[in-house]
Design a protein around this ligand. Structure first.
Ligand SMILES: [Zn+2]
Length: 253
């Protein structure tokens, strides 16, 4: 029965209204406001924020690329499962930053823009609205969930900052469900057993992804997790969930 329910959930992985319905139910359970902070191409874009807490401060986001459904599916699935633990954290969650893309199974937004290359710009309304929400906020870790059609296993971009680094442990947790990325180079960067530790300075890159914006303004831990799109959705969702569990475990210290 559990497996059947899970499959039904996966069939609707591109149904944004249904995704929002689940987030609404979760927000109600948590007693936290699900706030519409932007409207993009006719779709409301939401953020879920817990009250301030002494526990770990986490930024969690998914769905900036609409053709990566395991990311959005896993984030809601994980939050539904782990709400009691999340109540002890201070979280700011972006369930789906590109609803039009999710609904249309498209990486980009309705204008053909890759939102994850737009954080240096000031003319993308949804990003500007998100930046306003983030003003003055600091997180112990920022987690961005993604998928990759070229990937052959799970991998992680970890922009070095706070020590100890978490990359190896996070990948080990995810590797219980999917193999690690075997390629030695990914998107032109060195990848060791699925780990890409990029030493970057924001001024050296012309186009800024969400991970940069977070790392250089709001956190010392920027973690971009990727699952291989060609594997089963169930396994991809499980890998994301295991990854998030390990983030939570490490963040709690
Ligand atoms: Zn992506």
């Amino acid at each position: 029965m559990a497996r059947q329910l899970e499959s039904a959930a996966h069939l609707r992985a591109h149904d944004y209204r249904w995704l929002v319905k689940r987030w609404r139910a979760l927000a109600k359970r948590a007693g936290w406001p699900l706030r519409k902070f932007a409207t993009e191409d006719g779709f409301p874009v939401y953020a879920l924020a817990s009250p301030a807490r002494d526990g770990p401060r986490l930024y969690l986001s998914a769905g900036i690329h609409g053709d990566e459904p395991a990311a959005t599916e896993a984030l809601i699935t994980w939050c539904e499962k782990r709400l009691p633990a999340l109540r002890k954290c201070e979280v700011l969650i972006f369930p789906c930053l590109n609803p039009w893309g999710l609904q249309h199974n498209n990486r980009n937004d309705a204008h053909g823009r890759d939102l994850n290359r737009g954080y240096h710009r000031s003319d993308v309304p949804v990003i500007e609205a998100q930046k306003r929400l983030l003003r003055g906020r600091v997180f112990d870790a920022a987690v961005m969930l993604h998928e990759d059609f070229d990937a052959r296993g799970v991998y992680l971009y970890e922009i070095p900052g706070a020590r100890p680094l978490w990359g190896e442990k996070l990948l080990a947790a995810a590797a219980r469900h999917l193999p690690g990325e075997p390629r030695g180079r990914v998107e032109g960067r060195k990848c060791r057993r699925g780990l890409i530790r990029t030493r970057v300075r924001p001024e050296t890159l012309p186009e800024h992804p969400e991970a940069f914006f977070l790392r250089f303004g709001h956190t010392k831990r920027s973690l971009t997790f990727e699952t291989p799109s060609e594997f089963s959705l169930t396994a991809r969702v499980r890998a994301h969930v295991a990854f998030l569990d390990e983030v939570l475990r490490l963040a709690k210290g």
